[in-house]
Design a binder for this molecule. Structure first.
Ligand SMILES: *[C@@H]1O[C@H](CO)[C@@H](O)[C@H](O)[C@H]1NC(C)=O
Ligand SMILES: *[C@@H]1O[C@H](CO)[C@@H](O)[C@H](O)[C@H]1NC(C)=O
Ligand SMILES: *[C@@H]1O[C@H](CO)[C@@H](O)[C@H](O)[C@H]1NC(C)=O
Length: 286
């Protein structure tokens, strides 16, 4: 039994280690971008995600597709990012919060993420949504990775139409005070056929009032998987306990009775009688 207990402990420990390692590697695999209220330092936007850009750029005679992984050491541009602004777009002036990400060691590469709680974007005044994504790519920054670029820089802007929400705006939103949570990969069009953005390991919250994420609102594609994890772990542990018990009981049935009584002398005969029973007496009684 002692050995089985030990086995259960070791197994549980390994499971815990795996969970910790998994969480730690996730943390290293994504960027963290914060926009803070200038006066108080409290964040209004936190974006945690591993981001990829899928861009098509013009070359002198044709075009070329590239995939750019946003370095996880990229940072929020504190000069441009803001908790309180208006973004002029599609003939509207939209009250917004803006995060600009400067790609690490890639001069002139930026991603602008605009959030709003404006009712024109179907927020019903109680949700925030990511309504605007603009990417600026400086292909001249690295001619070996982006050969033959016709223009030194190209911009890719999400087309905005409140009457026909973009796939992205219709997907990345949450109630004010909550965070949007989506570990799985999600790829969205910025400009159909020429620019896409992919988010992974994502937690996003805008219009924040405190320093840490609110309750998670899980995206549809992760709802089932996140529910499954505790169930799987729980079942595995329960199974292991049952297995341990069964193995122990089988093991016990193979032990001669003398050994059983040696191991656990009190189990069958109360010591309250005070009588020292001889081995023969014991055998007689069964
Ligand atoms: C993104 O691009 C659109 C179209 O050029 C522009 O109207 C809008 O102001 C830009 N948004 C930001 C946050 O710069
Ligand atoms: C684009 O990259 C080139 C080369 O690194 C740099 O000289 C230029 O200033 C960059 N453009 C912008 C807009 O940052
Ligand atoms: C809505 O937008 C999508 C893609 O952005 C487009 O394919 C579709 O035609 C638009 N629908 C309407 C009714 O404008």
């Amino acid at each position: 039994m002692e050995q089985d207990k030990l086995l259960t402990l070791v197994f549980t420990f390994l499971l815990l280690c795996l969970t910790v390692i998994d969480t730690a590697s996730d943390a290293a695999n994504k960027g963290v971008y914060k926009v803070r209220v200038y006066s108080s330092g409290v964040p209004c936007i936190i974006v945690q995600a591993d981001i990829y850009l899928y861009l098509t750029y013009q070359t002198s005679d044709s075009e070329k597709d590239v995939v750019v992984h946003v370095p996880t050491s990229s940072t929020a541009d504190t000069a441009v990012s803001t908790c309180d602004t208006y973004i002029a777009t599609a003939g509207m002036s939209v009250p917004a919060q803006l995060l600009r990400i400067n790609l690490y060691h890639m001069a002139g590469w930026t991603i602008d993420l605009g959030f709003t709680e404006d009712k024109r974007f179907k927020t019903e005044g109680k949700e925030f949504t990511l309504f605007q994504v603009n990417v600026t790519a400086n292909f001249s920054s690295d001619p070996s990775s982006f050969p033959n670029a016709k223009y030194p820089t190209q911009s890719y802007n999400l087309h905005i139409d409140p009457n026909n929400l973009s796939d992205l705006s219709g997907s990345i939103y949450a109630d004010i005070g909550n965070s949007y949570y989506c570990p799985s990969e999600q790829k969205y069009a910025i400009n159909d056929d020429v620019a896409y953005i992919k988010f992974k390991l994502t937690t996003i919250q805008a219009y924040m009032k405190s320093a840490s994420f609110g309750p998670k609102q899980v995206c549809p594609s992760d709802e089932n998987t996140t529910d499954l994890v505790p169930i799987i772990v729980g079942s595995a542990l329960a199974g292991l306990i049952v297995l341990t018990l069964v193995v122990y009981l089988i093991y016990r049935t193979f032990l001669p009775e003398e050994v059983l009584n040696l191991v656990n002398p009190d189990s069958h005969f109360g010591s309250d009688s005070g009588n020292e029973l001889s081995k023969d007496d014991i055998l007689e009684r069964f």
